[in-house]
Design a binder for this molecule. Structure first.
Ligand SMILES: O=C(CO)[C@@H](O)[C@H](O)COP(=O)(O)O
Length: 229
């Protein structure tokens, strides 16, 4: 996979679904290559979003996009095939939902997708160590998952730095993604702390001008490209 870092991945959770095609096109007409799809089941998180049907629709709308699918669901292992068939490029599962994480990661890869593992704000980074050699991406939730528009939890910086250090020490190459409360005020600092992929929902879609919002977010993220960690 060829990626220009840092990546901005708009989360369609915040999109206007009556204009989904138009809004996704506003993203891909800019420099957006990744689209983030938040799947919520009303069990693992207290909200329901959408399923493989909408992911398939996004695939049809944006055949060239890289579809980054974040499963906030219980028993994710049972749904990997459905999301892979719908067109996911990367499927991320929560550490907290996977008693057999290694098996679930294998299942994702056997379905031809890249594999990611996500941790909630209260889950420590060191728990990921055994699985890091097997995965393509780690996602640090910087809000409690379930809703868009929440405030960024500042202790996430420490977790990002720890993960970045682990990557440096191990020589591994997994990407570091952060999700929740990302905006122009923190995009640069997140990148300088080690983040490769920034997920943003409300700061892309709940604005007057998606193109302008993307340009501002990318500018802020790129200003952080000189790593200080
Ligand atoms: O997964 C989630 C929430 O569970 C996120 O993707 C949010 O949807 C990001 O939204 P903003 O904080 O950017 O509004």
């Amino acid at each position: 996979m060829n990626v220009n870092l840092p990546v901005l991945a708009p989360s369609i959770l915040a999109a206007d679904f009556s204009r989904l095609g138009e809004q996704i096109k506003s993203c891909t007409d800019e420099e957006i290559q990744w689209i983030h799809c938040d799947i919520m089941d009303g069990h693992f998180v207290p909200n329901i979003s959408f399923g493989p049907g909408i992911v398939g629709t996004v695939r049809d709308i944006a055949p060239e996009a890289f579809l980054d699918v974040h499963l906030m669901i219980e028993n994710p292992n049972n749904f990997i095939d459905d999301f892979a068939d719908a067109g996911a490029d990367l499927i991320s599962v929560h550490y907290e939902t996977c008693p057999h994480l290694h098996r679930t990661v294998e299942n994702i890869k056997n379905n031809g997708c890249m594999a990611g593992v996500v941790i909630n704000p209260a889950t420590p980074v060191h728990l990921l160590e055994p699985i890091l050699p097997e995965i393509d991406l780690t996602l640090i939730m910087s809000v409690n998952p379930g809703f868009g528009g929440q405030s960024f939890i500042r202790s996430s910086y420490q977790k990002i730095r720890k993960l970045y250090q682990l990557r440096e020490e191990s020589g591994l190459s997994f990407l570091i993604e952060v999700d929740g409360g990302v905006g122009t005020q923190n995009a640069g600092e997140l990148v300088s702390n080690g983040v490769d992929v920034l997920v943003a929902g409300s700061k892309v879609f709940k604005t007057d001008d998606i193109s302008k919002s993307i340009a501002s977010l990318l500018k802020a993220a790129r200003a952080g490209s000189n790593r200080v960690v």
